[in-house]
Design a protein around this ligand. Structure first.
Ligand code: ADP
Ligand code: MG
Ligand code: ZN
Length: 479
């Protein structure tokens, strides 16, 4: 490990407002092309933008949750460049006075956690979409859909504090979960509502000066991000090892060829000629408004995880898994409120439930097993009505047949046998039928106990209470 990788992320998150950032057009996905448009988001001359208050609130929530300080005054700026799907010839963004600065996200687990600093969070509008759609009359056509033009975005820029693809994956996952908790972004990378560019450089281990970076684009899944980073880090190391120099440039991840390819070099980089947007007043967020925004924020993942550990006595691992989404955390808490057994609830939810949901590709919201049913199942096991082992089969039936545990138990006659008289009779029959094994036990071969337990469970189709069987067997065999 002679080299150290240095990574900084620029993440764009689409805000879940109903309408666009500077006009009242709908942000709904999937409408016919160019129907969610008006003079403002089509960039007609003279049309005036008005800031969507809800977008400012959502952006502020995200910034505060990422530990940033809100700037009391932030300024919108024009970022000038030409692109066919950018009708005004500039994008309204923020430049030297962003919405918020100086935040951080904690990554890793308690044993080895670290802070990744966030440089800034700013607001901006999205561009439209170009659709390159095959051939007609043997000439190629491209189409422009401006429905997305003016969709509110936040850009979240990290400091170069990440040092491996795994850390980067962790950082982006935490950010995604925070945004989802806040309900300000749906976090869908495949659909483009969460997009990320990665800046990467390498340097000799121990060196404090940063190396020359490349910027990676087209990373629209966690897997592509990781693959692209791994590829790019080893590519840069190889360039340096061969005595060359890394060229500062933008590179695209080519999924098919599994490598990054140069898109444009620094020389071709844009000069955006930023200047303050004259059509929008500065965004002023005073203390009163900030407090109001803070008060409307839900409990965040880190706080919830800590509370799950202290309030329910859960191991850190359980608390981390159960807080990966608000819906899952709520599901867990509802279950505990109905059965009072936190660790049992955690085990059923993290184990059987999440496994089945994954197998059937369902979200927790679509789970056929509800908290009430899991709580009932836990109480039936705790009261000895069924064994833990039977519980596993009952759960499978609950999930597949959408039934309550009581229904499954009744239908299959699954009640655990706890009646001492019945168990004793069965045991005596089995001992009598296996005289040879009984002799072996008596002559000191205590392992024969296991054989008898197995026989009793077999004879009762697994319905005997295993603890009682053990106790009774010992009593009868040792008598
Ligand atoms: P640019 O002006 O090229 O966009 P910025 O300074 O704004 O560069 O940084 C953009 C992103 O690149 C940030 O996330 C930052 O942390 C990261 N970054 C900056 N320098 C480096 C470097 N040498 N290696 C890796 N990442 C870097
Ligand atoms: Mg950049
Ligand atoms: Zn519009």
């Amino acid at each position: 490990m002679r080299y150290e990788a240095v990574i900084g992320l620029e993440v764009h998150a689409q805000l879940l407002t109903k309408t666009k950032i500077f006009c009242t057009c709908s942000t709904a996905f999937g409408a016919p092309p160019n129907t969610n448009t008006c003079p403002v988001c089509l960039g007609f001359p003279g049309a005036l933008p008005v800031l969507n208050r809800e977008a400012a609130i959502m952006a502020s929530k995200a910034a505060l949750a990422l530990g940033c300080k809100l700037n009391p005054v932030s300024i919108f700026a024009r970022k000038n460049y030409f692109y066919p799907d950018l009708p005004k010839g500039y994008q309204i963004s923020q430049f030297d006075r962003p919405l918020a600065e100086h935040g951080s996200i904690t990554i890793g687990s308690n044993g080895s956690s670290k802070q990744v600093r966030i440089k800034r969070v700013h607001m901006e509008e999205d561009a439209g979409k170009s659709i390159h759609d095959g051939f007609a009359d043997s000439s190629r056509y491209s189409y422009i859909d401006l429905n997305r033009s003016g969709t509110p975005l936040i850009e979240i820029v990290s400091e170069p504090d990440l040092h491996s693809p795994d850390e980067t994956h962790d950082y982006l996952t935490r950010m995604k979960v925070i945004l989802e908790y806040l309900e300000v972004c749906d976090g869908n990378m495949e659909e483009g509502s969460l997009r990320c560019d990665a800046n990467v450089s390498v340097r000799l281990a121990g060196e404090s000066k940063l190396g020359i970076k490349t910027e990676l684009k087209n990373l629209n899944s966690f897997r592509f991000l990781k693959n692209a980073l791994e590829y790019e880090i080893s590519r840069q190391i190889q360039v340096l090892e061969e005595g060359g120099a890394v060229v500062q440039e933008t590179r695209l991840w080519n999924t098919a060829e599994h490598r990054t390819v140069s898109m444009r070099s620094k020389e071709e980089a844009h000069d955006y000629r930023y200047f303050p947007e004259p059509d929008l007043p500065p965004l002023v967020i005073d203390n009163a408004w900030e407090s109001e925004i803070r008060a409307s924020m839900p409990e965040l993942p880190d706080a919830k995880r800590a509370r799950f550990i202290s309030q329910y006595g859960l191991p850190e691992y359980d608390a981390s898994v159960l807080t990966t989404s608000r819906a899952l955390a709520d599901f867990f808490e509802e279950t505990v409120s109905l059965c009072q057994s936190a660790k049992a609830a955690s085990n059923w939810i993290m184990g059987d439930l999440l496994r089945d949901l994954k197998e059937f590709n369902r979200t927790i919201g679509e789970s056929p097993v509800r908290p009430r049913a899991i709580a009932d199942l836990i109480r039936l096991i705790e009261s000895g009505e069924i064994s833990g082992k039977m519980g596993k089969d009952v759960f499978e039936a609950m999930f597949r047949e959408r039934k309550s545990p009581q229904e499954v138990i009744a239908e299959r006659g699954l009640k655990q046998i706890t009646d001492l008289g019945t168990l004793e009779r069965i045991i005596r029959e089995i001992v009598a039928a296996n005289a040879k094994t009984y002799e072996q036990y008596k002559s000191g071969k205590k392992a024969a106990l296991g054989f008898f337990v197995g026989q009793v469970m077999k004879a009762t189709q697994g319905q005997a209470n295993p603890q009682l069987v053990n106790e009774l067997l010992r009593k009868i065999l040792d008598a």
